[in-house]
Design a binder for this molecule. Structure first.
Ligand SMILES: *[C@@H]1O[C@H](CO)[C@@H](O)[C@H](O)[C@H]1NC(C)=O
Ligand SMILES: *[C@@H]1O[C@H](CO)[C@@H](O)[C@H](O)[C@H]1NC(C)=O
Ligand SMILES: *[C@@H]1O[C@H](CO)[C@@H](O)[C@H](O)[C@H]1NC(C)=O
Ligand SMILES: *[C@@H]1O[C@H](CO)[C@@H](O)[C@H](O)[C@H]1NC(C)=O
Ligand SMILES: *[C@@H]1O[C@H](CO)[C@@H](O)[C@H](O)[C@H]1NC(C)=O
Ligand SMILES: *[C@@H]1O[C@H](CO)[C@@H](O)[C@H](O)[C@H]1NC(C)=O
Ligand SMILES: *[C@@H]1O[C@H](CO)[C@@H](O)[C@H](O)[C@H]1NC(C)=O
Length: 399
């Protein structure tokens, strides 16, 4: 996810059920496990935060330090911001526990959502045996999977295809340009929508994001990239992130009550909004997207960030877009729909796509601590999916 591979981040636990089941694993074994010269590291849920209200972020222990030449950074501004402030390792090589702790401390992301993000990133682009993932590209600190069962290197979340995808707000499609670093041209185009549709705020007229603005930005990026990118592709999991992006930005929304035509307001915390005002402004989003740092005088969400009705609203506002890709003639064609029984909901369909197309099939057949970690991560995705039955990893390897 380009917006959040932090939320790539932002990864798809955006449709997480608010009543997701408890993430508790049966007593894990701690036996020493060496496979292909690597030592397995068992993943364990870290202790929950004791304070889950708003507060000023960053604190004095987490100053901005620009990344050095060997530090990994990637397409997800949220992850990059966490690393730039040391909420996860500044070298950009992170772990299951670090993502949950760092995303919780800095963004007040609920452990259920943070563990879903960690699971998605580590299963698709990390090494779940040694519990490491790069938030950017290939790193010597993240070895290939034991036995090289997913090819000779472990990629990071910047590698296109499994998590990273097209129609990002601030990164180019990989087949158009640089899919990893902030693109000012794209952001300027997004800001034209804000200037036209945004709300007024403390920083001036049309400086505050609303759903209409974010939907218009998504529509514009989808339309533009479909034409410009011959290999444009928005599989289920990618479109889910495009729909989910507004929920990372908006702190409070008006949404349509599904039983009637009455509009109703509900409070929904978000990742990037200022926790004291629930507003996301041009200044705030530019700081995260471009400078990959917390805005001055920013406060994290006032309650833990978990589920949101916004993805469904964004989807409803973009009915012309379904999961699909360009064919060899540049014509957009729909992807196959999730088969029954995985077609019962968006979140279940997303889980189906992730397990069948993005998690390598070779992970279905591992042993020891490797298997315990894979079972933990796939269990987290399943529990958040709302599906009636789990799916074994079945995606292509070495892609
Ligand atoms: C998933 O939910 C089940 C049932 O509540 C629970 O036993 C299991 O520990 C959960 N798995 C994970 C990985 O959280
Ligand atoms: C930035 O985006 C513009 C507009 O799509 C594109 O023309 C340009 O090649 C991109 N730049 C990079 C470095 O990717
Ligand atoms: C909602 O609005 C639509 C279109 O105006 C109308 O056809 C429908 O009857 C309304 N539904 C309710 C429950 O008021
Ligand atoms: C981004 O960083 C530049 C250079 O430090 C600074 O001039 C600018 O004000 C920052 N912008 C935002 C929105 O944080
Ligand atoms: C967040 O809201 C507080 C209270 O209104 C305000 O003082 C602060 O400047 C805001 N921060 C940002 C980054 O907008
Ligand atoms: C799921 O797919 C089955 C088989 O094609 C179909 O009968 C059913 O109506 C679908 N369910 C939903 C909710 O779309
Ligand atoms: C799983 O491992 C067994 C034993 O090594 C092997 O026979 C089988 O082909 C493997 N299956 C997959 C899907 O890799």
């Amino acid at each position: 996810m380009k917006l959040f591979s932090l939320l790539s981040l932002v990864v798809s636990p955006l449709f997480i059920a608010v009543n997701a089941r408890q993430n508790i694993r049966d007593a894990p074994s701690t036996t020493l496990d060496i496979q292909d010269g690597q030592t397995g590291v068992l993943m364990v849920f870290p202790p929950a935060q004791t304070f889950t209200g708003t507060k000023h972020v960053p604190d004095a222990d987490h100053p901005f330090i620009a990344p050095g030449p060997n530090d990994m950074r990637g397409p997800c501004p949220g992850m990059n911001t966490l690393a730039n402030h040391g909420y996860i390792s500044r070298n950009g090589i992170t772990t299951f526990e670090e993502i949950i702790l760092g995303a919780g401390e800095a963004f007040n992301i609920d452990p259920k959502m943070a563990s879903g993000m960690a699971a998605m990133n580590i299963l698709t682009r990390g090494n779940p045996f040694v519990n490491k993932v790069s938030i950017g590209g290939v790193s010597p600190l993240v070895p290939p999977l034991p036995g090289q069962i997913d090819g000779p290197v472990t990629q990071g979340i910047a590698k296109h295809g499994r998590v990273e995808g097209d129609a990002s707000l601030t990164r180019s499609d990989v087949h158009i340009g640089d899919n990893r670093n902030f693109n000012q041209t794209l952001w300027d185009q997004d800001l034209e929508q804000l200037a036209a549709l945004g709300d007024d705020g403390p920083d001036g007229p049309a400086t505050v994001f609303n759903l209409q603005t974010l939907v218009a930005m998504a529509r514009s990026n989808l339309e533009t990239d479909q034409v410009l990118d011959p290999e444009f592709a928005i599989p289920f999991r990618r479109l889910n992130l495009v729909y989910g992006a507004p929920s990372l930005v908006l702190g409070q929304v008006f949404f349509l009550n599904t039983d009637s035509n009455a509009t109703d307001t509900d409070f929904v915390p978000s990742v990037f909004a200022n926790g004291t005002t629930q507003q996301s402004t041009k200044r705030i989003m530019t700081s995260f997207f471009m400078n990959q740092t917390f805005p001055e005088n920013w406060h994290r969400a006032a309650v833990p960030v978990l589920g949101s009705p916004i993805p469904a609203e964004a989807m409803a506002a973009l009915p012309e877009w379904v999961p699909g890709h360009n064919d060899e003639n540049g014509v957009f064609v729909a992807d196959p729909k999730p088969p029954a029984p995985f077609n019962i909901s968006q979140s279940c369909g997303n889980y189906w796509d992730v397990l069948v197309n993005a998690v390598p099939a070779s992970l279905a057949n591992v042993t020891g601590i490797f298997k315990q970690n894979v079972d933990l991560l796939t269990g987290i995705l399943f529990n958040a999916s709302g599906c009636a039955e789990p799916i074994a990893p079945a995606g292509p390897t070495n892609v």
